[in-house]
Write a protein that binds this ligand. Structure first.
Ligand SMILES: *Cc1c(COP(=O)(O)O)cnc(C)c1O
Length: 493
């Protein structure tokens, strides 16, 4: 006993040695952060990192301590000036949200509270459930449905497709695995389906070929007659048609499958009806455009993405499942170290029973705070605003003879290219790619590119609450300028 009492043990902690110093630094960081977002319009959308910044990230594992103020200086110098750019008003690449300051505060406070949303009886857990309930309400799902916040749309789709597999497997697939299924399952989606579904099919052990890509019509929506034919053909060949994936807003062009027709067909054919609504599910809250996603409330499961049109800071996705018991049955496992108790900390719901993660972050807070601050109606108006901006851009493109619209604009994605007289498809692709790269490298705007109906095009996806119409004017002006420069340089003097 004597030795235990006498030993002087140098115990350590990660807490700051001086809280007042930390407070002062924190104030500085917040001031810098406010200025960073306030002045975002004055900076280039994107810039290439200089060599010294690149090499900064090959420094070895730090072994010695460093003052936190110096650590922050490293971040301020090497990280903050070189963002992806999606918070910038002229970022329209791929498909992502533009974040928001309130959401960032939410992330900070979530980390300060530090709760693990694997479950349990605490406020963060209740808020997580509340945000899921709000999402259900936004898309018209019944209160009895369940859901879970996940890292993003890819995970949300994986959740839906997994429940579909387990419901349709015909055996206890959790226990016996896909090898024991009496018939191989078939899933169906349009040929515009997002690549995450392929990964999901692979991870589920069903394989990529089990996802049949159905041709699309001129508007790039799934061809319902072709889908019916494929289902009949598969039944004939001994497969079990299990699930149809409707896309509400394809990533290529924003096309929205006929969700009502898919709901009817899924009921007739006894298929699970999953909707990939990562882009478009939230159009259900947009007053002027909500009819575009009519039928979304008919789905058995929906994937949606608060880090897109709700502009939550990454990451936040959400999976909703109409039949809560099927959702639970797919994921719930209660190991002896996670048993519930009638009282105390372990008496809350185990949220990890609704997905693949055990520990979960407090994603709800950033969504919750921004929704409370602005109200859901404003988010709906912002969605309408982006769609109106895309239609405006489409009109400008159609009015300019140098441009060609490459796909119908349904929502907020515009596909177009700069014409080049007498050029081959290959030359057009090289020309437009060069325009895209120079727009990025000159820090003017970030657009991406894709291939629609076999033709290369530039793609402008306006999921951005900071974009203003004059910035779309600027995009086209600069596209013309760069196009003229490239053409001039290519001409022999
Ligand atoms: C973005 C997107 C996904 C993937 O979502 P993440 O949040 O990036 O994981 C899936 N489907 C569609 C249609 C998307 O637009």
């Amino acid at each position: 006993m004597d030795t235990l009492q006498e030993a002087v043990v140098a115990e350590e902690t990660l807490d700051p040695p001086d809280w007042a110093d930390m407070q002062a630094l924190s104030h500085r960081i917040v001031e810098d952060a406010v200025a960073y977002l306030r002045d975002v319009r004055d900076r280039p959308v994107w810039r290439e990192m200089p060599v010294d910044v690149r090499t900064f990230f090959s420094a070895p594992l730090p072994r010695e301590p460093m003052l936190i103020a110096d650590v922050y200086d490293d971040v301020a110098r090497n990280v903050m000036p070189y963002p992806m750019g999606n918070i910038h008003p002229r970022f329209w690449s791929w498909y992502m949200g533009a974040s928001n300051f309130t959401g960032a505060l939410g992330d900070f406070l979530a980390a300060i509270q530090g709760s693990n949303l694997g479950g349990g009886n605490h406020a963060a857990g209740l808020m997580d459930g509340q945000v899921v309930n709000w999402m259900k309400e936004m898309v018209g799902f019944p209160a009895s449905a369940s859901g879970t916040l996940v890292s993003g749309g890819s995970m949300a789709n994986l959740i839906g497709l997994t429940v579909a597999r387990n419901v349709k497997a015909g055996i206890d697939v959790r226990e016996r695995g896909v090898g024991a299924m009496p018939k191989p399952l078939r899933y169906y989606a349009s040929d515009q389906v997002h690549s995450c579904h392929r990964k999901a099919m692979e991870a589920l052990g069903l394989g990529n070929r089990a996802l049949r890509r159905i041709p699309t019509d001129a508007g790039l929506r799934i061809d319902i007659a072709a889908l019916k034919a494929a289902i009949a053909e598969d039944r004939e060949a001994g497969f079990k048609p299990a699930c149809v994936i409707g896309t509400a807003g394809t990533v290529n062009t924003g096309a929205i499958d006929d969700l009502q027709a898919l709901a009817v067909l899924a009921a007739e054919e006894d298929l699970w009806f999953h909707i990939d609504g990562c882009i478009g599910a939230l159009i259900a809250i947009a007053p002027e455009n909500r009819s575009l996603v009519a039928g979304i409330d008919q789905a058995d499961s929906i994937a949606l993405d608060p880090h897109k049109w709700l502009h939550a800071p990454f990451e936040a996705g959400c999976a909703l499942v109409r039949d809560a018991s099927q959702h639970r049955k797919t994921f719930a496992v209660t190991p002896e170290y996670l048993e519930s108790r009638p009282r105390g900390l372990a008496s809350g719901e185990w949220l990890h029973d609704y997905g693949l993660q055990t520990s979960r972050g407090f994603r709800a807070l950033k969504i919750w705070m921004a929704l409370k601050e602005h109200g859901v109606e404003k988010f709906g108006r912002l969605i309408d605003q982006n769609i109106a901006q895309a239609r405006y851009l489409t009109q400008l493109i159609e009015a300019e003879p140098s441009f060609e619209l490459m796909a119908p604009t349904t929502i907020n994605i515009v596909s177009f290219r700069h014409r080049l007289d007498g050029a081959s498809e290959e030359q057009l692709k090289a020309f437009n790619t060069e325009i895209m790269l120079r727009l990025q490298e000159e820090g003017i705007a970030a657009v991406s590119d894709t291939t629609v109906h076999g033709q290369h095009c530039l793609r402008v996806a306006i999921t951005n609450h900071r974009t203003r119409r004059d910035e779309l004017d600027l995009l086209l002006r600069e596209t013309l300028r760069i196009g003229a420069e490239i053409k001039a340089a290519a001409l022999p003097d």
